[in-house]
Design a protein around this ligand. Sequence first.
Ligand SMILES: Cc1cc2nc3c(=O)[nH]c(=O)nc-3n(C[C@H](O)[C@H](O)[C@H](O)COP(=O)(O)O)c2cc1C
Length: 343
Amino acid sequence: MDIKEIKKNAKERMKDFCILCAECNGRWCAGKVPGMGGAVSGGSFQRSYEKLKEVKVAMRTLHGVTDPKLKRNFFGEELSFPAMIAPITGTKFNMGGYVSDEEYSNDIVFGAIDAGTIAMIGDTGDPNCFQVGIDAIKRANGKGIAIIKPRENSEIIKRIRLAEEAGAIAVGIDVDGAGLVTMKLFNQPVGPKTLSDLKEIISSTKLPVIIKGILTVDEAKICVEAGASAIVVSNHGGRCLNETFAPAEVLQEISQAVGNNITILADGAVREGVDILKYLALGADGVLIGRPIIWGSIGGRQEGVKVTLETFKSQLYQSMILSGADDVKNSKNFSCILYTKKV
Ligand SMILES: Cc1cc2nc3c(=O)[nH]c(=O)nc-3n(C[C@H](O)[C@H](O)[C@H](O)COP(=O)(O)O)c2cc1C
């Protein structure tokens, strides 16, 4: 099974939910939340895509980098390359239901392991979604990460306990889900978190805690102060708030401010391996991949997820050779420095 076949299958199976546009830029699916798109006009999703596109890589081939190193340790696990699967839920109302939430969780947790990396499972208004994700992590002997919605602290801590029992590597909160439409649909209260809320959650567990959905330096600093292990610079695939900044345009300043104190992950519009290189060179330690993994699961199930990840990995390898980047661990000093140009 190759990536072409996976995408062809996904296109047939997702029908009106996603038509796998030549450029996955948030235009066709604008406003489709629930669905695959970004909120309202799709402006935040589109900006994530466009701002990453504006970042260009300086090609360099007069150097000695012939076998770049891709391995990187996150939360005590050595990953084959610095990319993890983003938490995604709601297979029926977001993707058309070709796979169930249980099947999707299984595909991503085991597909990620097959490719030498790790999946994050998500949380939504339907309690079954989180539970089937936890069950998949348990079956995988804990090789997975659970990301919980910004519910009341007591509800978050309950779910952290479930993740601990499953042996999860880490837990997290997608704090940008504070006003999500999909939670409202299920009448599940979510809301913003204060510094003391975060401290209470983080001190309730020995697991590393990831705060997902940070777009400003001040909030990145709050996460450091609260004792979080990592942040994800993300606008949730543009699904929460329209007209946000793109991760690619705020990442550098966030990394300069807190990069020595906290692990920085970033996501949004990673569509090929070179996009990972761009985020690394902008200051991330690693990335999360969202929508392409949905195509992987629907188009080829567990193997489709593995092939999708391996395709990104080999593209990253090629792009590191062609830009003189020797080791993802040195990403903060990459000499493949980027030019940001208007496209
Ligand atoms: C259909 C769909 C469902 C999602 N569900 C969740 C979720 O349950 N929890 C979460 O933290 N993020 C969720 N996200 C956001 C992703 O984790 C990720 O931040 C985003 O998709 C990355 O952008 P990309 O899809 O362009 O790669 C979802 C995204 C999509 C497209």
